[in-house]
Design a binder for this molecule. Structure first.
Ligand code: GS8
Length: 217
């Protein structure tokens, strides 16, 4: 029986984009269901009753929640094509460490830039975090080495937000972290990435409206 795969998602979500890239890397056909997060569907509430958040992957009727958990699940189930996590346990641990760093420390700065008035201070903090990531990248083409992998996939969706971070946070990622920008361009050459990421201008307008609504201009 063919696999039935559905993704519950919402377009600007970097977390949903991670899953889209992973599915594209593996060449998996799936149904994409766009959620309205202001009016969540009964399916989303049923499939992710704990957090009630997207993305949710539904594989043959069974839900998997949390983007990094979903990506690891996809890598385990469809292991024959384009492995995302390295096979060496230490390298796997390193990959998970940096993905966790992204979702804790880096995300915290990103949220402060987009959703608070501390955007300038958060901009400086973000540059410090990005420099750490740039150090981890070193001279390698991708975080995992020669090939695009788990950390690249976890991080690249945020590239669509760089323009917003630069504008609201009054920073220049390009001049502070040139190697990271070169890495992003390398990732964007991959079809799985370019066809999945969000349009930076659309993201900017989305958050411009959000800031207006929240009285944060
Ligand atoms: C984050 C998902 C999330 O924040 C993951 O999947 O990695 N740690 C999770 N999803 C947001 C949309 S993207 O900002 C969401 O669904 N929000 C709805 C809500 O909070 O009600």
């Amino acid at each position: 029986m063919a696999d039935e795969v559905t993704l519950l998602n919402a377009w600007p979500s970097p977390f949903g984009i991670r899953v889209r890239i992973a599915l594209a890397e593996k060449g998996i056909k799936y149904e994409h269901k766009e959620e309205n997060l202001q009016d969540k569907s009964p399916l989303l509430l049923k499939m992710n009753p704990v957090h009630k958040k997207i993305p949710v992957l539904i594989h043959n009727g069974k839900p998997i929640c949390e983007s990094l958990v979903i990506v690891q699940y996809i890598d385990e189930v469809w292991k024959e094509t384009s492995p995302l996590l390295p096979s060496d346990p230490h390298l796997r641990a390193q990959g998970r460490f940096w993905a966790d760093f992204l979702d804790s420390k880096v995300l915290d700065c990103m949220r402060k830039i987009l959703l608070t008035k501390d955007e300038k201070e958060a901009g400086k903090e973000l540059i410090e975090c990005l420099k750490l990531l740039e150090g981890e990248l070193g001279e390698k083409p991708f975080f995992g080495g020669e090939k695009f992998g788990y950390v690249d996939l976890s991080f690249i969706p945020f590239h669509s937000f760089f323009y917003s971070f630069e504008t609201f946070g009054n920073i220049s990622i390009e001049s502070e972290c040139p190697k990271l920008i070169a890495w992003a361009k390398r990732c964007l050459q991959k079809e799985s990435v370019s066809e999945s990421v969000a349009d930076p201008e659309k993201v900017y307008h989305f958050f411009e409206q959000r800031k207006k609504k929240l009285g944060l201009e």
